[in-house]
Design a protein around this ligand. Structure first.
Ligand code: HEM
Ligand code: HEM
Ligand SMILES: [Fe+2]
Length: 457
């Protein structure tokens, strides 16, 4: 650790780990309900377990993003954080918001707007936390007078993520209007500004891990971010096919969203070629697995599986089915869970002495069990979704009758989900098994590093 204040990242990561574990409990519960009979039907019905599952996902991933930013910005700007105290105040407020939101959902206290179910008071706390966070990070960078492109892309992504949350504060009576604006937050988050956040972390990790040339890496980062924007903004229209808006959105959505995977192909090539050309200058190969894994899994889950149902002619059959869940899992996991786990794996050895820099065998087991489990879950949702579309939408079978026919795929989901959960359990165990100790390693500070002169030939 180069700067003492980077230690706040550890506590953000710790909270993220706990919430990640809890998210999976509610995922498995939601999956088990498809198999019935459901002894918890009147206490914890499916809609409650699902809303808790997806909200915990958003909260833990954002907690991870914040922790990773508190780690990365001092490193990039070569300075201590502006205010450690503010970062802790923000973490406490944020965690309280998350926990009370989940408790509220148990008592049906929520707005019912998918993924944005947080009640208004919670939404206001979210905005306050984001403002505290951006102020702290912004002042740190401003005072340091050192602002890298990588950091710029990350900051732009985080700032715009906060701005795009604002439409979610409003409620609309009209369902079409509500749905129309809901995507300004959800779509423009996951297929726009969060990809900038992922891009910022990816560039940081690749520069550190592979020793790739910063100038080259940052130039390509611009290109990728540009591509995301060109396609992603109008690509929002791939959610406007059947929501009661004019038909001209159909070709716009089809064409622009079909261009979105281009940026993701670019990102995967970017990561792979940085490794090929520059090799490994850093011993942390576990973090490298997560970094490259994130770029590749995003291409699969978001690029390929997103493209699979983005054209209006396909989407009219698959909209709102388990095909959506197939893509939602693989994309969210690859892009945002994996990049967060990459940042954690990279930062952790410096904050928990006693851990090997290369990562332990538990760490690699965790990686492969998660990859295998998530791949299996994606296939389970895919096979269930294809059968569902055929039975329900082509043959016209009733929803519940079709669900009975596809139960076998949910057995597979529970099995593969359990494999995935073991992988996550190992990650969490590996995270907590070494106690944190925050020692500043001055030798690594630029300028203080001993100059090594090559030995005469
Ligand atoms: C990392 C990037 C991405 C993430 C995390 C992501 C995640 C999701 C999630 C969670 C949903 C369900 C949303 C809801 O119903 O509330 C969804 C829907 C959808 N996504 Fe993505 N996605 C990503 C990228 C893409 C890309 C690149 C494409 C197209 C090429 C795409 C195409 C779609 C389509 C067409 C739907 C609507 C499905 C329906 O009609 O039910 N996604 N995505
Ligand atoms: C043990 C592992 C998991 C299991 C068993 C599981 C199961 C489920 C189930 C059954 C649903 C409801 C699908 C429906 O509406 O019919 C769901 C929704 C969802 N889960 Fe998971 N999940 C798991 C882990 C994850 C992870 C790791 C992520 C992301 C990184 C994730 C993201 C989502 C999203 C975005 C939705 C909403 C999808 C949509 O509405 O189409 N889940 N999950
Ligand atoms: Fe989208």
């Amino acid at each position: 650790m180069r700067y003492r204040s980077q230690s706040v990242a550890y506590w953000y990561f710790a909270v993220a780990m706990v919430l990640f574990g809890l998210q999976l409990v509610f995922g498995l519960l939601s999956a088990a309900k498809y198999l019935g009979p459901d002894p918890l039907l009147y206490i914890l019905p499916f809609d409650v377990t699902k809303v808790i599952h997806t909200n915990l996902l958003i909260v833990w991933v954002l907690t991870g993003f914040m922790g990773a930013t508190y780690w990365m910005v001092p490193d990039e700007s070569r300075t201590e954080l502006y205010s450690v105290r503010l970062a802790y105040v923000q973490l406490v407020l944020w965690t309280l918001m998350g926990v009370t939101a989940v408790v509220g959902y148990l008592f049906r206290y929520g707005t019912g707007n998918k993924l944005l179910e947080q009640p208004l008071p919670h939404k206001i706390v979210i905005v306050i936390c984001m403002l505290l966070f951006l102020y702290n990070i912004g002042t740190t960078i401003w005072k340091s007078k050192r602002f890298t492109t990588t950091e710029g892309v990350l900051m732009l992504g985080l700032g715009l993520a906060a701005v795009l949350y604002l439409p979610a504060l409003l409620e609309y009576e009209n369902y079409t209007v509500a749905i129309f604006y809901r995507w300004w937050t959800i779509h423009l988050w996951v297929e726009g500004v969060w990809e900038m956040i992922q891009g910022g972390f990816l560039a940081y990790l690749l520069i550190r891990l592979s020793g790739a040339d910063r100038e080259v890496m940052e130039k390509w980062l611009y290109v990728i971010v540009g591509l995301v924007f060109i396609a992603g903004i109008l690509g929002t229209a791939h959610h406007y096919y059947w929501v009661g808006v004019p038909a001209y959105w159909l070709p716009i959505g089809g064409i622009f969203s079909a261009l979105e995977p281009l940026a993701l192909v670019g990102m995967a090539i970017y990561a792979y070629s940085a490794m090929r050309r520059s090799g490994m200058s850093h011993p942390n190969t576990l973090a490298l697995h997560w970094t490259l894994g994130s770029a590749v899994f995003t291409l699969f889950g978001a690029g390929l599986l997103g493209l699979a149902h983005t054209f209006p002619d396909v989407n009219k059959w698959t909209h709102g089915t388990l095909i959506t869940a197939m893509h939602g899992h693989a994309a969210f996991y690859g892009a945002y869970a994996m990049i967060t786990l990459a940042m954690i794996s990279f930062a952790l050895p410096a904050m928990t002495p006693g851990r090997s820099e290369q990562g332990s065998s538990i760490g690699y087991w965790s990686f492969w069990l998660q990859i295998g489990g998530m791949f299996g879950m994606t296939l389970s949702f895919a096979t269930a979704g294809i059968a569902q579309v055929y039975l329900e939408r082509i043959l016209g079978m009733g929803y519940l009758d079709a669900q009975l026919k596809i139960q076998v795929h949910f057995v597979m989901l529970v099995i593969t989900g359990s494999i995935f959960t073991i992988g996550v359990g190992l990650f969490i165990y590996d995270f907590f098994r070494h106690a944190p100790r925050f020692e500043v390693d001055d030798g690594q500070k630029p300028g203080l590093r001993p100059v090594v002169t090559p030995a005469p030939a």
